[in-house]
Design a protein. Sequence first.
Lengths: 190, 281
Amino acid sequence: MSESTTKLVATPGQTIGPFYGFALPYEKDSQLVHRAHTGSIRLHGVVTDGNGSPIPDSMLEIWQADERGEISRETGSLVRDDHTFTGFGRVAVDNVGHYTFTTVNPGATEQGKAPFISMVVFARGLLNRLFTRIYLPEDTEALANDPLLSSLPEERRKTLIAEREPNGDLRFDIRLQGEGETVFLTYPGI
Amino acid sequence: MSDATAQDEAFDGETFDDSHVLDPAATADSQETINQEITDIHEAYRKGVEAGEAQERQPRIDFAPYRSSLLRHPTKDLHHADPETIELWSPAFGERDVHILESDLTIQHNGEPLGERIVVQGRVLDGDGRPVRNQLVEIWQANAAGRYVHKRDQHPAPIDPNFTGVGRCITGPNGEYKFTTIKPAPYPWKNHHNAWRPAHIHFSLFGTDFTQRMITQMYFPGDPLFPLDPIYQAITDQDARDRLVATYDHSVTSHEWNTGYRWDIVLSGSNRTWMEEGEEH
Ligand SMILES: [Fe+2]
């Protein structure tokens, strides 16, 4: 095992700014699967600020395993063929801060682990991107054993667990600041 | 505030309901006020470093001189997480996603765009110096007059019918990327009275791990607007700020065609177990 010794200092991030709309969104960007795909669900919610007002200029990305917990190595996220599951999606929220992805429920990537979707949040006014996790609500035992969730007090923990709607859709709101502020994550090496 | 500005804002407010001019945090503060706030924060930071506090490497997310950040930053500390399986991988992009010509922003229309033709090139590396190969790099920018092709950009500078300002490429085996484009101009914005952004190109990057995902801005050397810009100055540390400034490189300049800039990008460390150079597990 060759451990590299060159530690480089990371380049700073900056805000996405207001004018990404003509550059980053692309056709079917938020459709990880076609709506007609068996088992497809809608993952949706709103992004709000410290006043509880919707943020209309935020962009979200998700990255997730497929229904069996497999991590896709397929290219083609930018040019969807409606068949290949790449695991990646991007969405610019609408004028009232609402977003919608069409995707599937991710399976657990390891036996007994609580399945979650990784999410990154960008917005005008947000000087650096924020990471979070969207946990599926069903496997309560796995959720109780999850190392991240267990390290959080109850009222913060619940900000990471999506709500299952009666029709099977997932609801996950992102609150950048204030009451019910979403837990945002940092990782080793950041 | 002049009448003309007030009218512009009213117009924007009616027509573009999600325009940044409606942000309740937007103010008519003077540049001097903003400068003083920046100076105070930087001064406190310098004293902290002298007293032994760690150097900062990333922008503050709570940086009041950038007024829009006031209600849009979490007030609780980021929570430490050990990355799990999905977070140790990134989406894969390739030739299927990006056409080779998308890295040349000067050939997307019938005519030549106006302005100074430049090449910007460099490498994408991870925190251990490993090249980030076969990964997506996206850029977007204003044109040579400081105008974006965006319905909400109301800056009264001309749109160039031959320039969109969007580029993409996939990094090479050594993490290299290269874009041919036009040097963007500074542009005004509404953070405070007479606010101008230094010329910049927006960059969007992926690493080998999704936790390395980042968006940033590349600046040009010697821009007189640097000290006045609360977005750039939200990075309190001079060494860290310098990392966003490209270097003029005459070896990237080509005879009678373009001037050249070099800019390397370092992502945060990968948390995967890497066995040998280029082999991932
Ligand atoms: Fe910009």
